[in-house]
Design a protein around this ligand. Structure first.
Ligand SMILES: [Zn+2]
Length: 453
């Protein structure tokens, strides 16, 4: 017998809940659709389409939330359209950060554990707008309590990027997501949940049934993919970098749950042995991977596993001396990224700024750093259509699966930046986003508009 979810939810409160869940999962695109805005025509722009590295003169027409037409010649403006003279500026897809933490980035750890949760979310709301104003129109959130933020952004209640949420980072006891004190008793040994678990930042799960339950819970809440911690981390206290976390059985359990939900597992892991264990058990996106050997990178290429790497430099995240010592073996991002490129491994760009409200603007600087290995056009392609390919792996759980991201072509979501200066010649124009991003559009709506109407 099949009992539909709707049949089961009979009380008034449950009926109220249902649309909220639908919105959290991105099934409603928001208020913008209720009042169709006039079409917007960009003329006299040089187009970076996200796929070809070269610029070309073009016109581009936006209708509603999508791109209607792209032409090398002129497009006749539809009745009532706003016509924007791009003044030969560069029109490019909005950027995608494949490893961002909407809540962790703009909050200190003290805010997370010792303050009113309102403070934590207030900072996250403010940061969501700043993220969009840096030109990032989509982020994959690789851990944190972001479902409500995503819901508010998608409904256009607050400005911010599109969000591919992972929900809580799933970690074993003494894993990268276990921030409990050593002499606090964990839940699986009869103790209480930590504040981090209570707010949905981390989920501590040991053994196959707990891992399955923790991963399923993230999908229940609207995760587009789920992240597990599979090795030591820099900012966590109880897990040396060399530690292996989660047994093959536990990893396989998480991977099978994700597959049943039509999506994938990504894993926090630095070491070569940890990465191999992840790859051999079905993980599809390695977060960090800074100590991967060329052989392991080749194996990732063979299996279509992504390297989601961050171009860290000392000082990006505020670290204690102990954390700096842990970070040392992970500090050669450029060598690993170049080896991955040479091995044919798909490389995603991500930033992973954490617990550092004063330095979230480094998001743009880190993007520019990627140019040291991938060149300007190569970096722009990774940060747009390349990262969009990684987002596609969320399959049925992709909240924005109705159209393409990261490209400027007919039918794609209208997410784009109008840039003063030419980032294919000088990526650094993107770091001075306040001055050089003349327009920022997401979902067909202009969130920044400095040109005359
Ligand atoms: Zn992270």
């Amino acid at each position: 017998m099949t009992i539909s979810r709707r049949t089961l939810l009979t009380t008034a409160s449950a009926a109220l809940l249902l649309p909220a869940v639908a919105r959290a999962q991105g099934q409603e695109q928001g208020q913008g659709q209720e009042q169709p805005q006039p079409a917007i025509l960009f003329q006299n722009v040089r187009l970076f389409d996200g796929i070809s590295g070269a610029l070309r003169p073009a016109s581009l027409l936006v209708r509603g939330d999508k791109i209607a037409e792209v032409s090398d010649g002129a497009i006749i403006p539809p009745d009532g359209a706003r016509v924007i003279d791009g003044g030969n500026r560069v029109l490019m897809p909005g950027l995608i950060d494949a490893h961002w933490h909407m809540v962790f980035a703009p909050n200190t750890m003290e805010n997370m554990v010792a303050a009113d949760t309102g403070l934590m979310y207030a900072y996250a709301v403010a940061e969501a707008e700043r993220t969009l104003m840096r030109g990032f129109t989509t982020i994959r959130d690789t851990g944190g309590p972001t479902f409500g933020l995503k819901q508010a952004i998608d409904a256009d209640g607050i400005p911010g990027p599109r969000v591919f949420p992972s929900g809580a980072l799933v970690s074993q006891t003494a894993g990268h997501g276990d921030f409990g004190a050593a002499y606090e008793r964990p839940v699986s040994l009869g103790g209480r949940t930590s504040r981090y678990e209570d707010i949905g930042a981390f989920a501590i799960a040991n053994g196959v049934p707990e891992v399955e339950a923790a991963v399923r819970l993230q999908f229940k809440r609207g995760a587009s993919q789920c992240k597990i911690a599979m090795g030591g981390g820099v900012i966590s206290d109880s897990d040396p970098i060399d530690t292996l976390q989660y047994t093959p059985d536990e990893i396989t359990a998480a991977v099978n749950v994700a597959r049943d939900w039509g999506t994938y597992i990504c894993a926090h892991v630095y070491t070569d042995e940890g990465i191999r264990r992840a790859v051999d058990n079905g993980v599809m996106s390695i977060e960090h991977g800074h100590i991967a050997s060329p052989e392991t990178l080749a194996r990732m290429a063979e299996k279509g596993v992504w390297l989601s790497i961050q171009p860290f430099e000392a000082g990006d995240n505020p670290l204690t001396p102990e954390q700096m010592a842990k970070a040392e073996p992970t500090s050669h991002w450029d060598k690993v990224a170049a080896a991955a490129r040479d091995a044919g491994t798909r490389v995603a760009f991500g930033t992973d700024l954490l617990f550092s409200p004063d330095t979230t603007d480094l998001q743009s600087d880190l993007f520019v750093r990627f140019g040291q290995v991938f060149g300007n056009a190569g970096t722009l392609m990774i940060g747009t259509s390349g990262n969009a390919d990684l987002m596609q792996m969320s399959g049925e759980r992709n909240p924005y699966k109705d159209a393409a991201l990261g490209v400027l072509k007919p039918g794609a979501w209208a997410d784009m930046l109008l840039v003063d200066g030419d980032p294919t010649q000088d990526l650094a124009v993107l770091t001075d986003h306040g001055r050089n991003l003349a327009m920022i559009m997401k979902n067909g709506k202009l969130y920044k508009d400095t040109l005359p109407a």
